[in-house]
Design a protein around this ligand. Structure first.
Ligand SMILES: Cc1cc2nc3c(=O)[nH]c(=O)nc-3n(C[C@H](O)[C@H](O)[C@H](O)COP(=O)(O)OP(=O)(O)OC[C@H]3O[C@@H](n4cnc5c(N)ncnc54)[C@H](O)[C@@H]3O)c2cc1C
Length: 548
């Protein structure tokens, strides 16, 4: 159906609908759920169909996929989202799809909805801050639309902070919790999804449900890491810790991968003792990038880069690696932190002399990519295609991966962007969630975070390299990687991605979004069926299992 025609139908149907009083009250109201009567007129008046608005919601940070929605919905309250979903389900033909959009910082169209309705989550609460900190409870209740940078500042007002951070903070609570939310603190505390106590979720049946490990646990574990498939997260209760004040921010250089990974694994094994880093990541710098790339970065000065280039030449290494670590400290530990750092460095085998230390406030450190964003924006290099590929690589195969990818497929390339590589402990991931990781105690997050600055041909080349990496990784007989922030073009790809969890994923979908209207941009389930077609299907779960 043409976009305009679909929307006209929607408006006609809406005028016959009764109020959201009948649309289902919250099963249990959390702190941010506001119960109010939502009239059908309220709902349609919040759907914007003008060209500029729908165009803006047609692409994302990746700039690779485009899909135009029929409209963009700007909810004031979570109940508005419930009403929108009920409106979709009441359509006489097929329901329209509904895609919550955080900041649209996905790379492959995951927050898009071709011919459906995109929910602009940032409108919730009339753009006020929906964060409430409980000092006694050591948690923050944050709206799903909240940016992590705002959650940070709200918590810091009480001297507290969440424990786990993504590298970039201008992404939303609901967006990262739908994936996992990984970063340098995950080796100790697990991903962000392992640090949530409670959620408010609007399901694909239009119910507003509060859930936790004790109450409605199936929905809780489905929504966390659920790729937006089972409900819209409108509030998350996130655990807090006393906020550190300052950070020793360190990079250590390595010219060989074995020593680099041995040290990284030693460091993540120190998670229980107080003697290690509080944050551990790592980067891979290809030789050609060192020779021809930027002469300085927000961390390295021009002379640092000259030294690193010299190291690559001297050792004949095709790749230089850095461990990036952070040691938190405050007024009480300011006098002892250097000693603690020196003792730790003694245990490590980086190239002697190649240690780089910065001193930063906690906020400066956490918001480092925000500063990088400003630099890239001024250079016109932010709004470019980002064919990013993120993988989890089993520890037992990381050296094979390194040899085949960094010293093979990418050997003579000069990528613009970053390559990340750092290990995590699997026991910090909760297997009741549908997020998938390799089947080993330790696995590496590898991010090929490359930008295509030269236009179309550049994208094609990067995509060819990504395809070669994915072929190498293929589960059966390959390196056995799993994609993070996954994208699969076929149902079979998704089945293999979820592996043993596929049956559970399909069952949860049948329970919480049986018409498959939510987050269609992920491409996991086929678009919604009309009621007649749906009636002839046994269940969504078995239908999808059978068709895949
Ligand atoms: C510069 C940069 C750095 C990054 N660094 C990291 C990092 O260090 N670690 C990491 O883990 N990730 C990182 N990411 C990836 C980021 O986690 C994802 O882009 C994520 O999708 C969050 O972005 P968003 O809030 O804009 O969500 P969107 O892209 O808008 O949405 C992502 C998916 O979640 C769904 N969704 C959005 N909101 C909700 C909600 N409230 N409830 C249910 N489903 C919802 C959408 O429909 C979509 O399917 C980075 C991204 C960028 C651009």
């Amino acid at each position: 159906m043409m976009p305009g025609a679909r929307l006209t139908t929607l408006l006609i149907v809406t005028s016959f609908l009764s109020t959201a009083g009948h649309l289902g009250a919250p099963v249990h109201s959390g702190a941010l759920i506001t119960s109010h009567n939502v009239s059908s007129l309220d709902i349609t008046s919040k759907i914007h169909t003008d060209h500029d608005t729908t165009t803006e919601a047609s692409s994302d940070f990746g700039h690779i996929v485009e899909a135009t929605p029929d409209g963009v919905f700007r909810p004031t309250f979570p109940a508005d989202i419930a009403a929108l979903i009920r409106l979709s389900l009441s359509q006489p033909t097929a329901p329209f799809t509904v895609a919550p959009r955080g900041k649209g910082h996905s790379s492959r169209g995951q927050a898009l909805a071709a011919g459906g309705i995109v929910v602009d989550m940032s409108a919730l609460g009339g753009r006020g801050h929906r964060t409430t900190v409980s000092v006694d409870g050591m948690f923050v209740d944050a709206g799903g639309e909240q940016l992590w940078i705002d959650v940070l500042h709200a918590a810091l007002e009480h001297g507290l902070a969440p424990r786990v951070w993504t590298d970039y903070l201008r992404i939303t609570v609901g967006g990262t919790l739908s994936n996992a939310g990984i970063g340098g603190q995950a080796f100790r505390h697990g991903p962000q999804i392992s640090n949530v106590h409670e959620l408010d979720v609007v399901t694909g049946t239009g119910e507003m449900i509060t859930c936790s490990p004790e109450v409605n646990p199936a929905l809780f574990f489905a929504a966390l890491g659920g790729l937006g498939q089972f409900g819209v997260i409108t509030r998350a209760r996130i655990g807090l810790e006393p906020a550190p004040k300052r950070v020793k921010w360190i990079r250590l250089a390595y010219s060989d991968v074995h020593t680099f990974t041995t040290d990284q694994e030693l460091l993540i094994s120190k998670r229980a003792s107080g003697s290690g880093f509080d944050y551990i990541e790592g980067q891979v710098q290809l030789n050609r990038t060192l020779m021809e790339g930027r002469r300085s970065s927000s961390f390295f000065s021009a002379s640092d880069i000259a030294r690193l280039t010299g190291l690559a030449i001297e050792t004949g290494s095709a790749v230089i690696y850095y461990i990036e670590g952070a040691m938190y400290y405050d007024d009480n530990t300011a006098t002892s932190v250097d000693q603690k750092l020196d003792a730790l460095l003694e245990e490590l085998s980086f190239v002697r002399g190649f240690v780089f230390v910065r001193d930063a406030s906690y906020v400066e450190f956490l918001d480092r990519v925000g500063r990088e964003e400003q630099n890239l924006r001024s250079a016109g290099a932010w709004d470019v295609p980002h064919p990013w590929l993120n993988l989890f690589v089993p520890r037992s195969r990381i050296l094979d991966f390194d040899a085949a990818v960094f010293k093979g497929i990418l050997r003579d390339t000069n990528p613009i962007g970053l390559i990340l590589m750092y290990p995590m402990n699997k026991d910090k991931w909760d297997d009741r969630m549908t997020a998938v990781t390799p089947d080993e105690d330790v696995f590496y997050a590898v991010g090929l975070l490359r930008s295509a600055v030269a236009g179309g041909s550049d994208v094609e080349q990067l995509e060819r390299e990504n395809a070669a990496v994915l072929e190498l990784c293929d589960l059966a007989g390959g390196i056995g990687c799993r994609q993070y922030l996954p994208h699969h073009a076929s149902r079979d790809g998704w089945r293999r991605h979820f592996g043993a969890k596929w049956g559970r994923v399909a069952e949860l979908k049948a329970r919480y979004d049986p018409r498959a209207i939510l987050s269609p941009g992920q491409g996991i389930f086929p678009p919604p069926l009309s009621p007649a077609a749906a009636a002839s299907e046994p269940t969504t779960a078995s239908a999808h299992t059978a068709s895949s």
